[in-house]
Design a binder for this molecule. Structure first.
Ligand code: NIG
Ligand code: FE
Length: 412
């Protein structure tokens, strides 16, 4: 049965349109109504003169501002345990990579995640996702990478699949076997193991990812992984690159057709040219800069000037960015990168969607797209960027349906 829901009395509706110069821009419509048919945007019409009897249901949004839902295109939200002691060590002067080198960091979470059963990983991740949805996230990317062995990596990705089915929300799954070198292996031993077993992950994940940095993997590993992943038939290639040092992995990833290059604090003008040339999305995660206390800010304005698509994501994980809140990420992006609210909002919706599969399905509130949108508590969307530490999302709608408000606290 077809069902048209009319969301009336929207004070300001914000969509994204690609203008004649090929650049995305926000499009504002005042006093409008959104017609949603079978979970998709049908049209935007003036709010005056609507007849409720024409629709299966009418929802009065009472002058609220409506924006597209946030797309969180880089998360590690399936994990066990927390890393508060490491936060204290870092605040006392230890570095993120030194902690990893000594068997902590990512390896600490690997230890806890290997021990956790699938059901407890599912329940804790579902709690996190519900919290994230209440804060405005309507599509996710989720990585494995806290197993570094076959059974735990597969367990994580199967949990990801269950989350996607249970929450009925767009989820892109990524196999991140090359996240760190497990204890007891050398880099090359472990990397060869990842390569050998890559085909086993083809049905469990949409794409692959690799962490390239000093103390992790190298640009040459990325090259081998991507070439093999393409042969095996993975549709998405993404990479953690140029985060803590410059390794040349971003340009290599772009040349090999990466959908996204993520982090990029140390990316160079040459890397930016390579991303532009390849149409690679630059995924920026200012929560990591904030939480790790890193001073290096990516060359965001050079990326914008070059016409590279920017995306924003939480990087939600227990070590470098324990946040569930895309609103915080948008706010940090504006002020750490000195970009405008318009640029940040476009990056967190349209841009992040471009980094994922099904990217034409959501992100702009265009007719035909999924009706994934947020009703804000404010009449001015710039409040998201002006006030910090507030929650401006009154309700989140996914495919035209309201998400139940999560009362869960930030920790489980
Ligand atoms: O994206 N840089 C490497 N990986 C993650 C952190 C994961 C962790 O510390 O648990 C990141 O920041
Ligand atoms: Fe990450």
């Amino acid at each position: 049965m077809t069902e048209t829901v009319c969301f009336k009395n929207i004070g300001q509706l914000i969509q994204t349109d690609v203008s004649a110069d090929g650049q995305p821009r926000l499009k504002f419509s005042n006093h409008s109504a959104l017609l949603v048919k079978n979970g998709r945007i049908e049209s935007v019409v003036p709010s005056s003169g609507l007849k409720s009897s024409d629709y299966s249901k009418t929802v009065d949004l009472k002058g609220k501002t409506v924006i597209p839902g946030f797309v969180d295109c880089h998360t590690h939200l399936i994990y066990a345990g927390e890393r508060k002691e490491e936060m204290e060590q870092r605040l006392d002067g230890s570095s993120y990579m030194d902690i990893l080198k000594n068997g902590g960091g990512i390896l600490n979470t690997v230890h806890a995640t290997r021990k956790a059963d699938a059901q407890s990983l599912f329940v804790t991740a579902r709690t996190r996702m519900r919290r994230m949805m209440a804060l405005g996230t309507t599509a996710f990317e989720i990585k494995s990478g806290y197993g570094l062995d076959l059974s735990t990596e597969k367990k994580m990705l199967r949990v990801g699949r269950r989350l996607k089915d249970a929450l009925r929300i767009p989820v892109t799954l990524t196999y991140l076997g090359a996240h760190a070198v497990p204890q007891g292996s050398t880099r090359s031993q472990y990397f060869n193991f990842v390569m050998e077993h890559l085909p086993e992950f083809r049905d469990l994940a949409d794409g692959v990812d690799i962490f390239c940095d000093r103390g992790a993997f190298k640009a040459q590993d990325l090259r081998r992984l991507f070439l093999h992943a393409k042969l095996v038939g993975f549709s998405q290639l993404r990479a953690h690159v140029e985060e803590l040092s410059h390794q040349g992995a971003c340009a290599e990833a772009a040349r090999l057709g990466a959908h996204s290059c993520d982090h990029l604090e140390h990316a160079s003008p040459n890397d930016i040219r390579a991303m532009k040339h390849a149409g690679t999305v630059a995924v920026l995660m200012p929560g990591v800069t904030f939480f790790l206390g890193e001073e290096k800010i990516p060359l965001v304005h050079s990326m914008i000037d070059a016409g590279v698509t920017l995306a924003l994501a939480t990087d939600c994980n227990p070590g470098s960015s324990p946040t569930y809140n895309m609103q915080t990420v948008l706010n940090l992006a504006c002020h750490l990168y000195r970009i405008t609210p318009e640029q940040a909002l476009i990056a967190a919706t349209y841009g992040s969607a471009k980094a994922l599969i099904e990217h034409t399905e959501y992100g702009s509130l265009k007719p035909g797209q999924r009706a994934d949108f947020l009703a804000l508590k404010t009449s001015d969307y710039r409040d998201l960027f002006y006030y910090f530490g507030e929650n401006f999302v009154e309700s989140t709608y996914i495919a035209g349906r309201p998400v139940r408000t999560a009362k869960n606290p930030a920790t489980e």
